[in-house]
Design a protein around this ligand. Sequence first.
Ligand SMILES: *Cc1c(COP(=O)(O)O)cnc(C)c1O
Length: 449
Amino acid sequence: MQNKLTRRHFLGTAIAGTAGLRLQAQSISFPSGQSAATEKPALLGGKPIRTMQFPSWPKINDRDDKNWTQVLRQGLWCRLDGTYAKRFEEAWAQTLGAKYCLATASGTTALLTSLHALGIGPGDEVLVPPYTFIATVNVVLLVHALPVFVDTDPETFQMDAGKIEAAITQRTKCILPVHLGGSPADMDRILAIAEKHKLPVLEDACQAHLAEWRHRKVSTLGELGCFSFQASKNLNCGEGGAILSNNEELIGVCESFHNNGRGVAGYDFPYVRNGSNHRITEFQAALLLSQLSRLEEQSRTREENAEYLTKQLREIPGIRPARMYAGCTRNAYHLYMFRYDKAHFAGLPRSRFFAALQAEGIPCSGGYAPLNKEPFLKNTLQSRAFRSIYSAQEIAAYEARNHCPANDKLCEEAVWFFQTMLLGSKTDMDQIAEAVRKIQKQAALLARA
Ligand SMILES: *Cc1c(COP(=O)(O)O)cnc(C)c1O
């Protein structure tokens, strides 16, 4: 599997990895006394460790049906007419302990709206991690600001807070940490640096539903915090997003901007700013409201399974599960992330490790490629709009600063399991660990074949 796999590819592969075996939906039992690990790798024609599919996503029940049908039948499909969006916003704000919530069309539009509300624009710099989904960087470019990459802490996969201050310049206007994979970034240090330099913190919590830093929900720690409810996310309505804040004025600007710059909520026409339409629909909100009723329980299952899996994986030489910062009191486990060191696997390349794992019935991904090296970034900086804002020297100086060696290395070593794999049983986790142990035992054979 390549580094650059998209979520869609990954989900496709996750399903394809087991699709052919759908008919044999029971777990394999091994003859007594014979360990699976001594058997031939499935990649070389042996029996796979696992033939069952991992839990499907999304989960739906009658409540989703009822809410969805109600919106449909009532004919109030726009939030300016119905009540579901408002009700979801109240429920989500209450769940997180935030004063205000504004639902949006997506996580991307939540971030974009937030940057507008913070007044970020041409000539500004925003500190971002290079290890994130592309939207975190795209929104900065969309407001014609420069995304300045702060290298990654490979132990945690998060923005390295120890490298933030060195990246701050006169032009820095915002710190945009991502709680990648659902594990909180180092918020004590990030908030302290932000306060010292008088910079707002915009939290990208798009992967971190219910994650906590010192028992406070992420997205409520900075000035603004954003969520995504896109299909792959832990709370899902196909597409959707939200902005959380305790700042009435800022959320008011977000509200106005996302509703075509209207000065009041609703259909009226007093326009007070340049805006856009990033409203959520009632359909999305109705699904979120019903899905939300299961989020706590699902999150607990993910957390229990992830912790159980970590206990096994960390005992395997060459497998290093992502560490959490001391302030993390809850990890949302949108992703289960670890580093693979091929030196402990007879030099077996990571791509071959993926193939072997998938053959054993365990879907996996290599995660992100280094975003700071994406060719489109260079192209955007060379666009007419950017060249009219930034001089050639400014762009050259930006590019000279754009190096994240720790992240480059991490992108070569990372392995991900997807959140849905954590929604099943402890046996599922046993099988994941067993597959890794089996591959390690057979690594020399796999490397030669
Ligand atoms: C999913 C995601 C987004 C964007 O959310 P969409 O709802 O897909 O627009 C932004 N940042 C991160 C870290 C994400 O994972």
